[in-house]
Design a protein. Structure first.
Length: 127
């Protein structure tokens, strides 16, 4: 909890520092022998306390966690940031396939606002 409090002292927009903190915390948990369930509980808390302000930073973090988990052969069934990215990936795929918004909202389990933001981000990325 002290490490999370220290991480909060960084500027709210300093996503790189937040990413490094979360990755260091993951590695520390692995080194200390935390189980997948313990790491999951830790990340529920950390994601609540130290949230990314930018979706690209969150996506970079998720990629780093997936790499570490695969390397360490750890099955992490749920980490909040990872689930969010997965939902976005599902929604993006469904958008590309031309699925209706109602179906995307139901299957990707995202809000209408998140879908609107995703559409805008995809439009900007396409430019």
């Amino acid at each position: 909890m002290l490490a999370a409090k220290r991480a909060l002292k960084v500027e709210r927009s300093d996503d790189e520092t937040k990413k490094l903190f979360k990755i260091a915390l993951l590695r520390l948990g692995i080194a200390k022998g935390y189980t997948a369930k313990e790491l999951e509980a830790l990340f529920y808390f950390v994601d609540w306390v130290v949230a990314f302000s930018d979706s690209k930073a969150r996506n970079n973090f998720v990629g780093a966690v997936r790499t570490i988990a695969a390397k360490e052969e750890i099955h992490m069934p749920y980490v909040t940031s990872i689930e969010e990215v997965t939902r976005e990936e599902i929604a993006s795929t469904m958008l590309e396939a031309g699925e209706p918004d109602v179906k995307i909202l139901a299957y990707a389990k995202i809000s209408r606002e998140e879908l609107t933001q995703l559409k805008e981000r995809l439009r900007q990325d396409a430019r």
